[in-house]
Design a protein around this ligand. Structure first.
Ligand SMILES: NC(=O)C1=CN([C@@H]2O[C@H](COP(=O)(O)OP(=O)(O)OC[C@H]3O[C@@H](n4cnc5c(N)ncnc54)[C@H](OP(=O)(O)O)[C@@H]3O)[C@@H](O)[C@H]2O)C=CC1
Ligand SMILES: O=C(O)[C@@H]1CCC=N1
Length: 264
């Protein structure tokens, strides 16, 4: 199977890296395009895959074609490749908001489209990718794609109507978690802890807490209650977070993100 990336920056690069690390494909089975020669040189050196400036070359080579440019470039890129994509080529969108219907309209004919929403923890094989195959895609083709995506971490099939929500709750949320870790470390530094040690303690606390949710299956509220000793220190901090509206800030942020995705 031959895999192509039109655009290969943060997300495309994470995907190539994961697939090579897991040896799911060899470097000669992959091709990528990028806009600037500097980026192309870096991709060649890092991954040893074929790299080109010609998106048509990528489209002609690929059985699975991943559109890994920013959403605002989707229309122009599809316009460049629409005559070259074959009826059995799987066209994968990883952009927020680009519906199957919109993608098909750009191609001007029925195409095998799959919407995927990965996230950057894919870079270390700890991502999760929501996948919504289009109507033209067979179960066998979906299974092939899921196998490739498994190099990035977990995969889960979702109905297309939930893809914008996947975008906010897992595609974008790493940014908010990094911000939370940074803020926790700032507090620790303010109270005298060296910076590197502060990031280590904060990140490990987030990692361990996330694993507890996944591994115990217990309600996050119950796990939170277990930390809050009566009359203790945690409940003091917790009441400040409630007073400052942390819950509603998070809810509003993710819903803004979903709304933006629906409007792209
Ligand atoms: N970053 C993330 O966390 C996530 C991103 N996504 C989606 O992934 C897609 C890519 O995002 P991301 O990787 O962050 O973006 P980047 O800006 O890191 O990468 C974009 C890539 O596209 C290339 N490019 C730009 N224009 C063209 C063109 N006309 N033809 C060919 N290549 C082109 C760029 O080349 P050059 O470097 O030379 O400019 C670069 O390789 C987006 O649609 C985004 O929404 C989805 C989930 C998570
Ligand atoms: O910010 C964005 O639009 C992309 C989509 C998901 C994560 N990053």
């Amino acid at each position: 199977m031959r895999l192509g990336f039109i655009g290969c920056g943060n997300m495309g690069g994470a995907m190539v890296s994961g697939i090579l690390k897991k040896q799911l494909l060899a470097s000669e089975d992959m091709i990528a395009s990028a806009l600037h020669e500097e980026s192309r040189k870096a991709l060649r050196e890092k991954f040893g895959i074929t790299v080109t400036s010609d998106n048509s070359e990528v489209a002609a080579f690929s059985d699975i074609l991943i559109l890994a440019v920013k959403p605002q470039f989707y229309a122009e890129v599809i316009h460049e490749i629409r005559e070259i994509v074959q009826p059995d080529t799987l066209v994968v969108s990883i952009a927020p908001g680009k519906t199957h219907q919109w993608l098909e309209e750009q191609f001007g004919r029925p195409v095998k489209t799959v919407r995927c929403m990965p996230n950057t923890p894919a870079m270390i094989g700890a991502g999760i990718t929501g996948v919504a195959p289009g109507e033209q895609v067979t179960e066998k083709e979906t299974a092939q794609l899921l196998r490739l995506l498994s190099a990035l971490g977990e995969t889960e099939i979702v109905p297309e109507r939930l893809m914008d929500v996947v975008g906010s709750v897992s595609g974008c949320s790493p940014a908010y978690v990094f911000m939370f870790i940074e803020a926790m470390a700032d507090a620790a530094v303010a109270d005298g802890m060296p910076r590197a040690q502060a990031y280590h303690f904060a990140a490990q606390a987030v990692l361990g807490s996330a694993e507890m949710v996944l591994k115990t299956g217990r309600h996050p509220g119950e796990l939170k209650d277990m930390v809050c000793s009566p009359g203790g220190t945690t409940i003091e901090g917790l009441s400040v977070l409630e007073e400052k509206g942390m819950r509603s800030a998070v809810i509003d942020a993710l819903r803004a993100c979903t709304r933006k995705s629906k409007g792209i």
